[in-house]
Design a protein around this ligand. Structure first.
Ligand code: ADP
Length: 614
């Protein structure tokens, strides 16, 4: 029964798992194995509980059986001596032997029966006819009746004590008949019999509320605490059995139907599980010593079943609960996981969005910068153009207006016929055109393209040339020169003229910057670094304003008054130096003035591609 429920529960659990997992993944199998193990454990616990409960039921049932056997034996032994006492009585013997003094014996039996509390006492002759009985006065008196067919009489005939439960043929009332043979001068003369009513005992059992049964040698239940099972059989009766019962007229007209007790399981040693009217019982049976009867005690299995069921239900419920719990935890974890994934995805999306915004922002900034730069280039170009135009106009305007004056005065002088003065005017015009030519020459230099051919040039020689050119300027401005030049010729590659132009320009600027300064010192250094020749001009002039440092090398940048400078010198120098693969830098000195450093690659360091052509 429990096994069936258990299997149903196991299948249910299996279905729940299958439905939950859908796919037979590794988790599914792990889960299935764990659940099977748990179900196995529950099954073992259920079985153990069943066995223990049954064991305790057997113990208490056995104790009850012993008790009932005792009460039955006690009831029998109370009367068992009576037939023996009668068999010893001389009057009884004489009556059975010779058929005299029946009345005396009747009275004696009547008296004894009352005293002993038995149902009836009577004596039978060797023929089986009752000669005297305790109920001789009653209508249902046994006297004169022949009970020779009763097995207890046969037993007496065989010189045995007889014990026989039967329904009385005269009274119709059931009772236990106990007989004893009566002998006179060693001759069987009859039997003495006591009939005991066992109904009070049976009533006691019924009142106890327990199921106690006694079956005879044919398996007929003749004593039963449950009335409806009385005179029913434990097993179907054979024909022989029926015939013998009939011959002894034991149960008179009782149909002797099969009892509803069905054996479910035989446990051995007189124990078995039976079922009747939908209830299972533990049935314990024990033969009664000295008799061919069997005493049975039935205990309902409800307690065992309830306990077992409780354990099974708790076990299965626990497994189901664990199953649900695991599913819940798993579900929750998966939900959390997907929530986290969603959160991560959202964060990633936001990050991407922000990144994209940043990219867009940068693009916009870049574009704005580019626009600003273009604008700046455009405006600086225009500014430079304007500055240049102003410079050129100013530079050229002066000589032009002077030339016009000279031309006008020349015409006047010609009319006045003063040829000497006319000559002077012409000479002035000539000077002015020279000046104009020098301006345009400078502009031409700016547009000058670097010649491809280069020659080895000694730095010292270039410097000497530049100094020779600027000597009048240096002396006029009273600049003292400090030179630090190595004796070894420092050879670079380039063309001397252009390098001299750079150096002259730097010397000029230095002199200009030192005009008005109290100390006018120009230091010129030539150094040989690893791969370069380094020419340094360090003056003690005004220095360069910080904001102008970045612009010095731009064309037309000048801080000099209009007419004093075009702002082309440094930009031309820059172009020449970079053409030769060198660099030019400007910086302010720590104390006073500015420094310009020109670096040019040494001849042997010139790149192969720039190979010098002799
Ligand atoms: P210009 O001499 O016609 O102004 P440059 O290109 O030679 O043109 O010089 C540009 C500007 O650099 C000068 O106007 C001046 O302000 C600055 N400068 C050049 N050399 C020096 C120097 N040694 N000390 C201070 N300022 C200098």
């Amino acid at each position: 029964m429990i096994l069936r429920h258990f299997i149903v529960a196991a299948i249910l659990v299996g279905f729940v798992e299958m439905a939950y997992f859908k796919k037979q993944t590794v988790h599914y199998w792990i889960f299935a194995v764990v659940i099977s193990l748990f179900m196995g454990l529950v099954w073992q616990a259920t079985r153990l509980t069943h066995e223990l409960a049954l064991e305790s039921l057997i113990t208490t049932g056995g104790e009850r059986l012993t008790l009932y056997a005792g009460t039955l034996r006690g009831a029998l032994s109370r009367y068992a001596y009576l037939p023996y006492v009668l068999a010893q009585n001389e009057a009884v013997r004489e009556l059975l032997d010779r058929g005299v003094s029946a009345e005396r014996v009747n009275r004696y039996l009547e008296e004894l029966n009352r005293e002993a509390g038995s149902d009836a006492l009577y004596v039978m002759a060797a023929s089986g006819t009752t000669l005297a009985s305790s109920n001789w006065r009653e209508s249902f008196s046994f006297v004169g009746n022949n009970y020779g067919f009763r097995p207890y009489f046969f037993d007496a005939q065989q010189n045995r004590q007889g014990r026989f439960f039967a329904i009385g043929v005269t009274t119709g009332l059931p009772g236990l008949f106990m007989s004893h043979p009566v002998y006179r001068q060693e001759r069987f003369v009859g039997a003495a019999v006591v009939k005991v009513d066992l109904d009070p005992l049976q009533d006691d059992w019924s009142r106890g509320g327990e199921t106690v049964l006694v079956s005879d040698n044919n398996g007929v239940l003749f004593l039963a605490s449950r009335d409806e099972w009385k005179y029913r059989t434990l097993a179907p009766l054979s024909e022989v059995q029926r015939a013998s019962i009939h011959a002894g007229r034991q149960y008179v007209n009782q149909p002797l139907q099969l009892s509803p007790l069905q054996t479910i399981k035989i446990l051995g040693e007189g124990r078995r599980i039976v079922r009747a009217e939908g209830i299972s019982y533990l049935m314990l049976s024990r033969p009664l010593a000295g008799m061919d009867w069997e005493l049975h005690h039935l205990t309902p299995m409800t307690l065992v079943e309830e306990r077992t069921q409780a354990v099974a239900i708790i076990g299965i419920a626990s497994v189901l609960l664990a199953l649900v719990l695991v599913m819940y935890v798993r579900e929750r974890r998966q939900k959390q996981l997907s929530r986290r994934k969603a959160r991560d995805a959202e964060a990633m999306r936001e990050l991407n969005l922000r990144l994209q915004e940043e990219i867009d922002e940068r693009d916009r900034a870049e574009k704005a910068l580019l626009d600003a730069q273009t604008e700046l280039v455009q405006s600086s170009k225009l500014a430079a153009l304007g500055q240049m135009a102003t410079g050129i106009v100013h530079e050229l305007n002066q000589p032009i207006s002077a030339m016009r004056t000279y031309a006008a005065s020349g015409r006047l002088l010609l009319e006045r016929e003063e040829p000497d003065k006319v000559r002077e005017s012409f000479a002035s015009v000539e000077r002015l055109t020279d000046h104009m030519a020098s301006i345009t020459a400078q502009l031409k230099t700016f547009a000058y393209k670097a010649p491809k051919l280069r020659k080895p040039v000694v730095v010292q020689e270039c410097l000497d040339g530049a100094l020779a050119m600027t000597d009048p300027l240096l002396s006029e401005a009273e600049v003292s020169l400090r030179k630090q030049i190595p004796e070894e010729p420092v050879v670079i590659s380039g063309d001397r003229g252009r390098i001299e132009q750079v150096l002259v320009n730097l010397i000029r600027n230095a002199v200009d910057a030192m005009r008005g300064a109290s100390k006018r010192i120009l230091r010129i250094q030539v150094l040989v670094q690893e791969q370069e020749a380094e020419i340094v001009f360090e003056d003690s002039g005004s220095g360069i304003e910080e904001k102008n440092l970045a612009e010095l090398f731009n064309p037309f940048f000048t801080t000099k008054e209009v007419g004093k400078g075009l702002g082309l010198g440094l930009s031309i120098s820059y172009r020449i130096v970079t053409d030769l693969g060198g660099t030019i830098h400007a910086a302010n000195n720590h104390d006073r003035g500015a420094s310009f450093v020109v670096r040019l690659p040494l001849l042997n360091q010139t790149k192969k591609t720039d190979k010098v052509k002799e």
